[in-house]
Design a protein around this ligand. Structure first.
Ligand SMILES: Cc1cc2nc3c(=O)[nH]c(=O)nc-3n(C[C@H](O)[C@H](O)[C@H](O)COP(=O)(O)OP(=O)(O)OC[C@H]3O[C@@H](n4cnc5c(N)ncnc54)[C@H](O)[C@@H]3O)c2cc1C
Length: 427
């Protein structure tokens, strides 16, 4: 079945680009390619208008830079975190607006730019290559051909190959959340809480276990979103633990859930190995390990990077590049040496964070958010140069506590190979 978007159908047998998937990565990449006049085809199990399951958050200034602020559904000026154990802990105020995408608006905004792209419903099962094109076979046996295939099928990529993770093992961000109504506000009205690490409701044994925090926001009309989150852990923390901790946290505040509109089960890998950058299939999004290894965010980075990758692909095709040359240009535009360096530094940071206990983790974040805002913002958005990133870490090292310094020093011994890779700048 072929669906022509905007009524356009094609008779081409070899497209310029075939995009596998219809999530954020697919539509962001497709919209970056569409205005170059390339012939585009998409392959996904469901119609690309099918609503996405997740809701995506972003710091508002990341969208302002891109001129996309009108894609936000919610925006908070009162943005805080808590890095102390007790309920009476004073909040850290971020003085930076945070927002949630209106995900339908984001999706429609991207679809509106796809022009003559056609879509095939189905799942990619296999791929073969000739000198000039690649051929994807779907589970139902259809064959789709293109000069370049871009895999955007998410963290468990259908076609992109990556080395099997050994050391460090894959760590997962896991969260259990509820959108609904409560007997009283679980966060202050009008507030967004990025990381609430207060843990007075936990027993000593629980506190000695993996740290978790509350991500919470007032969605208006008496509706709130509360989500107990494990930033990163290998193996992943169980949903039951998160559910139990959320319940205890709310009970300790005398908050009861009175109505559940939606329950979110969130699980994704934080430190998947980088893909082989010499392979013939290009990846983008989760398939290309683009998740920020220290935060789990990706949508802002995809919106920023897709135009550059799209330009490089379009130029390569216009200049007559064929076969693996096009994918090669795409991979090396996406994962430049500079970006590879930063990726390994972030991975080092993540591995160190995962070894911190609750107290050290709170001290770490407390020091981190005391950095000048341009530094912590750039760290989270991945917009600093490798030098600026290292300098931000050095500054933080200088102003944090001795236990955190000890943890960071210990990390050099345990995960020094990541720092070595960051110097070399290879995958
Ligand atoms: C619950 C949750 C909340 C998140 N919140 C945020 C957030 O607030 N901010 C942020 O920046 N990031 C967030 N992330 C991280 C990340 O941005 C998301 O995981 C994002 O959805 C990844 O986008 P993607 O397009 O790469 O993959 P996906 O969204 O997983 O899309 C994959 C697409 O590929 C299709 N597909 C799969 N297999 C095949 C196949 N064989 N053939 C054809 N198509 C196939 C799927 O149907 C789907 O359309 C969150 C992740 C989760 C899970």
């Amino acid at each position: 079945m072929t669906i022509g978007i905007n009524g356009w159908e094609t008779t081409k047998t070899v497209f310029d680009v075939l995009i596998i998937g219809a999530g954020p990565a697919a539509l962001i990449m497709a919209s970056a390619l569409a205005h170059h006049g390339l012939s585009l085809q998409g392959l996904a199990p469901k119609h690309p208008h099918t609503p996405w399951p997740n809701t995506y958050g972003v710091w508002c200034d990341e969208l302002e830079t891109l001129g996309l602020s009108d894609l936000l559904g919610h925006r908070w000026q009162n943005t805080v975190s808590y890095f102390g154990r007790e309920v009476a802990t004073e909040p850290t105020r971020h003085h930076r607006d945070y927002g949630l995408f209106d995900k339908d608006k984001l999706q429609q905004h991207l679809l509106d730019q796809l022009g003559a792209m056609t879509w095939q419903l189905g799942k990619a099962a296999a791929i073969t290559h000739t000198d000039n094109y690649s051929c994807v076979t779907t589970e139902s046996g259809d064959e789709l051909k293109a000069k370049l295939v871009i895999d955007t099928t998410g963290h468990q990529a259908a076609l992109v190959k990556r080395p099997m993770p050994k050391n460090p093992p894959v760590s997962y961000q896991v969260a259990y959340g509820i959108v609904g109504k409560f007997s009283k506000p679980p966060v202050a009205p009008g507030q967004f809480s990025l990381m609430d690490y207060r843990a007075g409701h936990l027993s000593a044994a629980e506190l000695a276990g993996p740290p978790t925090f509350l991500y919470a926001m007032d969605l208006g009309d008496d509706v709130f979103f509360v989500e107990e989150t494990s930033l990163a852990l290998a193996p992943a923390l169980a949903y039951d633990t998160l559910k139990d901790r959320l319940q205890k946290r709310l009970s300790a505040e005398g908050v009861e859930v009175s109505e559940i509109d939606h329950t979110e089960y969130c699980l994704f890998p934080m430190n998947l190995p980088l893909p082989d950058l010499n392979q013939r299939v290009l990846g983008f999004g989760g398939a290309a390990s683009m998740v920020h290894p220290a935060t789990g965010y990706m949508v802002g980075a995809m919106l920023r990077r897709a135009p550059t990758v799209g330009d490089a692909i379009a130029n390569a095709i216009a200049n007559g590049a064929e076969g693996s040359a096009i994918a090669n240009i795409g991979w090396h535009t996406l994962w430049t040496t500079e970006r590879l360096r930063k990726h390994h530094i972030y991975q080092f940071g993540l591995e160190t964070l995962m070894r911190f206990n609750h107290r050290e983790l709170c001290q770490f974040f407390d020091s981190f958010f005391k950095l000048p805002q341009a530094k912590w913002s750039g760290f989270l958005a991945d917009t600093l140069s490798p030098f600026e990133l290292v300098m931000a870490m050095v500054t933080m090292f200088g102003q944090t506590t001795n236990p955190v310094r000890g943890g960071l020093m210990g990390g050099v011994g345990t995960d020094g190979q990541l720092l070595l890779k960051s110097l070399i700048g290879t995958a």
